[in-house]
Design a protein around this ligand. Sequence first.
Ligand code: CIZ
Ligand code: SF4
Length: 319
Amino acid sequence: GAERERVIERIKTLLKKQEATLVAHYYVHEDLQMIAEQTGGCVSDSLDMARFGKEHPASTLVVAGVRFMGETAKILSPEKRVIMPTLEAECSLDLGCPADEFIAFCDQHPDRTVVVYANTSAEVKARADYVATSSIAVKLVEHLKNEGKKILWAPDRHLGAYIQKTTGADMVLWDTACVVHDEFRTRALVDLKQEHPDAAVLVHPESPAGVIELADAVGSTSQLIKAARELPHETLIVATDSGIFYKMRQAAPHKTFLEAPTGGHSATCRSCAHCPWMAMNGLGNLLEVLEKGGNEIHVDETVRQGALRSTQRMLDFAS
Ligand code: CIZ
Ligand code: SF4
């Protein structure tokens, strides 16, 4: 209503006044994705959020997503002020890979090249040789395998197993999962496919192996949006966070999108697959952080230098 419009206009004004740019992930509320689009910010996956934030001249980056995305922005742009609508937005992969345990695990495998998913803390990245997002993880491990390297992968076990299967690399895997993608159900997806035999299935590789096997396209959020546009199918069954539908509908407005079934799926559940931490970002706390400040991301300088090395290697490899 009118109140929402007023808040949106106030946010846009404050962004401009503070020379701030809004960098939003595909999984946050569509109001925030829309504001980012309309104000010259960006809406993207974690790799492109990192690139955009680094290259943009704004003195303040407002990162709407989860904590590791704010940290990545700060790692790459220490001179910028990086703020977030909330500092409570975590990630189950980050939480499932505490730095001390991770460092001990790496120390047990000194012969392995350490590759970590972007969904990790700055401390974990500082111990890694490479950071990877889902859009480049397969290519990066393939490349390292061809150099004769053995890999230690952390933290997402489903993504790790998918990379291992795809590349045939020698990998040891950390054992944790994304609370959202881990809930997609193979049997229920088989049933849904039978109801919609002409549909294509799009799957993010943080999903269980059985779900990935049913996919017509497997990839990062950006890659799935591209597949939604390019595949000839009129109906698409999508196994990733429901926040993605805002961009998918833009990419393929005439197509029909169905949510892949989750453990909690029922006829009344409209967004079963939605990250509880991404959902903490809203118009209210975005306005508040712009009005009052606070919620600034700080990364210890020694840790930042270490994390920058592995993160920069990712950007160099991706470019
Ligand atoms: O699941 C996530 O948090 C994803 C897909 C992050 C990313 O790489 O954009
Ligand atoms: Fe982490 Fe999963 Fe949420 Fe992404 S969707 S931020 S991987 S818990």
